[in-house]
Design a protein around this ligand. Structure first.
Ligand code: NZQ
Ligand code: ZN
Length: 388
């Protein structure tokens, strides 16, 4: 087991009715609020009105930055920063999914950033000085409500880059707000949660019992609760479980004591989204089983991890370890397909024309040569091809 240190400064209010905490969460930071949100789902669900009523009753002054895109763009960050600077905003309130929260983190940091905001998004740095951020989560997926990262896209140059910005001060996580999430986004979000776990679980460290146990519990909860949430969108227990595993999956906790895997599927997926603007979780669901088959073939010394995945997550049994490992991967692919996720890139209209460029960018600086099983540019192209 490796050394680790970890801090999460975010306070979570989890459960039904926790919006009652909103005013007290914002007040210590000031009265001038920038309300950020996406393409309008919060207006359809009525959450926008609820939030505005609370803010007005409690004497806050509200400025708005709506229309934040899925795969949020640098232009939205620029717009939000301008609004903050011009109006002396004291605190940002993000209401939405990972895209809105990520964009808000970049806005919060961008307010203090001297220089070009794409330079901020594309330069490696730690957590930055930022305006305080409070969020109300409406989609269980990214874990942005409980981490310091954000992912911003620049579609002009086909780049989508994750970076550190700031942690939310407070996240209000009420599972009832996810009752309206479409089947497609529910399945994609769960695939994202599972992928955050796979990126930690498939590590060379064999003896981090706590982290591996958390990983397996999260995966089993996703496998149990996604079909329920798809069949009964307002099943509180299913939505609540998906929301709590969303927060922990990307928090860093499931990697305690483990050697970093390099997050290969995320590196490959961000290229797909950068070129084709696809839903992050869908890209991950398509890539993951193909990446698994590729590395198992390339380096059979990693088979023990897949056997553990088969036994502890899927409850499979058998003497033939190779067969078990492959059966676990097949079952995962089937699970995503049964959840309604299109499981080939061709179904999304993606061909192989940019694969070489995407592979070289995903692997810039030989980044993925240190991943769980080292990947070359050629490996990545092969994995993309297997997804067609
Ligand atoms: O934009 P609106 O109208 O709100 O609609 C959204 C959007 O169309 C809709 N939606 C959200 N909540 C809803 C709802 N529809 C009905 N009812 C609700 N309650 O769902 C669509 C997708 O929303 P989005 O925020 O884009 O989804 P998600 O939470 O999956 O976020 C994806 C983004 O997060 C990044 C991804 O790369 C992607 O850009 N990630 C962020 C991470 C992080 N901060 O740590 C880690 C992840 O690995 C990921 O990369
Ligand atoms: Zn993800």
């Amino acid at each position: 087991m490796q050394n680790y240190s970890h801090t999460i400064p975010t306070k979570i209010y989890f459960g039904k009715g926790q919006i009652s905490r909103l005013a007290e969460a914002l007040r210590p930071f000031g009265a001038k609020v920038l309300l950020t949100y996406g393409g309008g789902s919060i207006k359809k669900t009525g959450l926008y009105d609820t939030v505005m009523d609370i803010l007005s009753d409690e004497g806050f002054t509200v400025f708005e930055c709506g229309g934040i895109e899925p795969n949020p763009r640098i232009e939205s960050v620029e717009r939000g920063v301008k609004l903050c600077r011009e109006n002396g905003i004291e605190v940002i309130l993000a209401v939405g999914g990972g895209s809105t929260i990520d964009c808000s983190k970049a806005i919060a940091a961008g307010v203090y950033y001297e220089g070009d905001l794409w330079e901020m998004a594309s330069t490696r740095h730690g957590v930055l000085k930022a305006l305080p951020l409070v969020d109300i989560l409406t989609l269980s997926a990214t874990g942005s409500e409980y981490d310091g990262g954000g992912v911003i896209s620049n579609m002009k140059i086909n780049q989508k880059l994750g970076n550190s910005y700031t942690f939310p001060a407070v996240s209000i996580c009420d599972p009832t707000y996810t009752f309206t999430v479409s089947k497609y986004q529910t399945a994609a979000g769960t695939a994202d949660i599972m992928s955050h776990i796979f990126e930690e679980y498939f590590s060379r460290t064999p003896d981090s019992d706590l982290a591996d146990g958390i990983c397996e519990t999260v995966l089993k909860s996703a496998i149990k609760n996604l079909p329920i949430a798809l069949a009964e969108p307002d099943n509180y227990s299913a939505r609540a479980n998906l929301m709590s595993i969303s927060s922990i999956a990307c928090s860093g906790i499931p990697s305690y004591g483990k050697q970093s895997s390099g997050w290969p599927c995320h590196a490959m997926e961000h290229e797909l989204s950068a070129f084709y603007d696809i839903t992050h979780g869908v890209g991950l669901a398509i890539l993951t089983p193909r990446w698994m088959r590729h590395i198992l073939k390339k380096d059979p010394s990693c088979e023990w991890r897949f056997v553990r995945f088969a036994e502890n997550v899927w409850g499979m049994e058998g003497e033939d370890e190779h067969a078990l490992a492959n059966a676990a991967i097949d079952r995962l692919e089937e699970f995503f397909r049964e959840s309604g996720i299109p499981m080939t890139l061709s179904e999304l209209g993606i061909g192989e024309e940019h694969f070489a460029e995407m592979a070289s960018h995903a692997n810039r600086g030989g980044y993925l040569k240190n991943s769980f099983v080292a990947l070359t540019d050629e490996d990545i192209v092969e994995i993309y091809r297997a997804c067609l």
